[in-house]
Design a protein around this ligand. Structure first.
Ligand code: SAM
Length: 398
């Protein structure tokens, strides 16, 4: 996700009246979801803010991606991204003697379009290109784009309601894990100084007043206590430390592990390995909100009208994947992955406006201070006998 600038909340352009009405309606639903004490765990708030049917950020009718929306993802930036993913996909499908593609959270449908077009050029079209999309609005958008641009390939497309059984091929998730609801926690300071560290606290949204507020309370979310104890010890988190933990990604990978019989799952997102994610310098976590190309850190602002996301702890994903039956893993930066898949050879060779656009896109996708290092690629394999080519240039520690 590329954003244009860090925002001062006071400088954000105010939403249109209809959008504000929609946000107020969603806030009403969020209030109803709170317990009798008026408190809602942060992950549940994030889930409703993003996915409440008809009202959540990914479920309402407002523009999300691109210039008129709130952020730009790599597939929206340039077709070169999808073409590189297609080259990786082609390599795996060829080694497997064919297979399908399954994309999670396909956004506007741009990645599917670019990927299928390149696979067509390479003579490696999958038997089926499946999309699993939570948002009915985005699904309709994807169907319109693909139907309009590639009616010839449309019969290969399948929008799924649930994970397929015995899937063979390549699964793709670009910027999907960062959009999963996370729990937020803090380690309170000891009182008095010599006492042992008090137990961690969980973040809640307090909905008792007109304006919702964030607050800390003892843990109530099921399954949170044990991984927090583990994290605190493993990364030696100090008193005062605040961060996020994604408790849903484990179940997601478990389900994918059951669905994938043979092939590769590629997870592309912004984030770090566990050591860097829970680094002492990142002591307030890494939650990030996007509104009209401004990034800020207030998740309570205009529920349903802004994106809320969290960086990804790739070590946690890799561990969950091993437990879920994936038998190989590889990890690198987006820059190395795209370079290893030949992004440079895809740049328009002839001088002219197209070459200028391609060169600019390659910079944005690969330079370390743009998306090149902030974004990582985790490859999780099952039954593959060689390292996928995208990881051949350089591998990062998990
Ligand atoms: C930031 S958007 C990225 C869209 C697109 N992949 C792109 O790169 O432009 C996040 C997408 O993930 C989807 N999503 C979140 N959790 C998901 C899940 N468990 N399964 C499938 N899609 C999911 C959302 O509905 C949304 O379409």
């Amino acid at each position: 996700m590329q954003h244009t600038q860090e925002a001062q909340l006071t400088q954000l352009p105010p939403p249109e009246p209809e959008a504000l009405a929609l946000s107020r309606q969603l806030l009403g639903q969020i209030r109803q979801a709170a317990g009798a004490d008026g408190l809602l765990p942060f992950d549940r708030f994030m889930e409703l803010a993003l996915y409440a049917p008809g009202l959540g950020y990914y479920a309402n009718g407002l523009e999300t991606f691109g210039a008129a929306g709130d952020f730009i993802t790599a597939p929206e930036l340039s077709p070169l991204f999808g073409r590189c993913l297609a080259r990786q996909t082609a390599e795996v499908l060829e080694a497997m003697g064919g297979g399908d593609v399954l994309e999670f959270g396909a956004g506007s449908g741009r990645l599917a379009l670019d990927l299928l077009a390149e696979l067509d050029r390479l003579g490696q079209l999958p038997r089926r290109y499946c999309i699993l999309e939570l948002s009915a609005r985005l699904r309709a958008q994807q169907q319109a784009l693909l139907g309009r641009q590639r009616p010839d390939l449309y019969p290969r497309l399948n929008w799924l309601e649930r994970l397929p059984e015995g899937f063979c091929g390549v699964m793709l998730a670009n910027e999907v894990v960062d959009a999963m609801p996370v729990s937020r926690f803090c380690l309170p300071p000891p009182t008095p100084a010599a006492a042992p560290m008090p137990p961690p606290l969980e973040q809640f949204v307090d909905l008792r007043r007109d304006a919702p507020q964030l607050c800390w309370r003892p843990l109530t979310s099921p399954g949170l206590a044990e991984p927090l104890t583990h994290l605190t010890r493993r990364y030696r988190l100090a008193a005062g430390y605040e961060s996020e933990i994604n408790l849903r990604a484990g179940a997601w990978l478990e389900a994918l592990g059951q669905s994938l019989r043979r092939g590769l799952l590629l997870i592309i997102d912004y984030g770090y390995n566990g050591q860097e994610f829970y680094h002492p310098q990142r002591r307030q976590g890494s939650l990030i909100c996007h509104y009209r190309h401004r990034a800020h850190d207030d998740p309570l602002l205009w529920p349903g009208l802004q994106d809320i996301s969290a960086n990804v702890d790739f070590s946690a994903l890799a561990e969950a994947a091993s437990a879920a039956g994936f038998d190989s893993q590889a990890f690198t930066s987006q820059a190395y992955f795209l370079l290893a898949n030949g992004i440079q050879q895809l740049i328009e060779p002839a001088d002219g406006p197209r070459r200028v656009v391609d060169l600019q896109a390659v910079k944005q996708l690969t330079l370390p201070n743009e998306m090149g290092e902030r974004f990582k690629v985790l490859g999780l394999g099952k039954g593959l006998d060689r390292l996928p080519q995208g990881f051949a240039l350089r591998s990062y520690a998990l």
